[in-house]
Design a protein around this ligand. Sequence first.
Ligand code: PLP
Length: 397
Amino acid sequence: MILRKQFLENVGQTSPSPMLIEVARAEGSFFYTPEGKRYFDLVAGVSVSNVGHSNPVVIKAVQEQVADYMHIMVYGEMVERPQVEYAHRIAELLPGDIDCVYFVNSGAEAVEVALKLAKRHTGRTELISMRRAYHGSTHGAMSMMGTPEGEEWKAEFRPLLPDVKSINFNSFDDLSLITERTAGVLCEVVQGEAGVRLPNPEWLKALRSRCTEVGAMLIFDEIQTGMGRTGAMFASTKYGIEPDIVCLAKAFGGGMPLGGVASKRTILEDFTHHPCLGHITTFGGHPVCCAAGLAALNHLVDNNIVESVEHKGAMFEERLKRHPRILEIRRSGLLMALELGESEHLYKLMEIFKEEGIMSDWFLYCDTAFRISPPLTITESEIEECCEIIERALDRL
Ligand code: PLP
């Protein structure tokens, strides 16, 4: 009780109604309260805990790195093994000829860097994002929340970045708004906070062509879709599209705070001159975070976890689509929105879920659907058990 009181008094709040569940420990697909109540984690820290909570491989990597050294010097001056090894490994897996990573601290910072890089590389100023996009909460990233939906979140913080325009995700007509004035087009490959909106693969191809035609940089935000979430290591590879810049964060740090902006070395090198230090960040690429991220990536690859994601997602979908309360399921791998049609139902279901030991959530721009995006390591028997609990909760609605 005292901890909750101090949480509300001394920890800065942003939510008018925080969940207020105290966490004592977490393991695999679950976390536990001090009283021992177990929760199925269907949020995974918003697509962070892809290799499961307290993964021993990640813990070992963190412990070893902490014992060797933590922070030494600001980003980009020293040769730090975990950083170099992670950059080298991820470059082998990133789409196309992307071969270089600039490490930062978070998703929003990755987006900031990507926008600056697009402006710096093209010498242009216009930036384009998609309606119902979410890219983070800093001024630049917030500017890219597509209007009009994003206006509710942005209005009180204006003025934001100038020369920003929104187009409709999946609209072929809107592609003509990308022109020779455009520095960069920022796009989630699957829109997460819009409530899991899937791309039309033909539209993605047309978007790539249009950016190439007018010389605008195509920036994919893979912060939520990356590291296996959609059933491929990156959603760009799933859809066969090669962006110019990729933003990474969330699961990229294996549970530690880490972001990255990946591009060709020849493009990222723009930050070294006119001016030099084009983006600087003290903790970017922290050795402990890189050690954790690399261990998590190796765990995904060594255990063929990404290959299992589509099947696991389909298990949830096949079973839950039969429940009369579920009107629609939108899914890419283990990123899923289950549509109830009405927010009142959704809010009530969240209360029932809490009682039944299920952690889910809704989406920033969609409060009529609930989220299923568990750790990718969830087992088939856990999926069966979880579906049983979800069905029971839906019956109680
Ligand atoms: N981009 C996408 C697609 C996201 O889902 C998020 C966070 O939810 C971000 C960017 C921002 O990441 P961060 O919270 O690490 O700044």
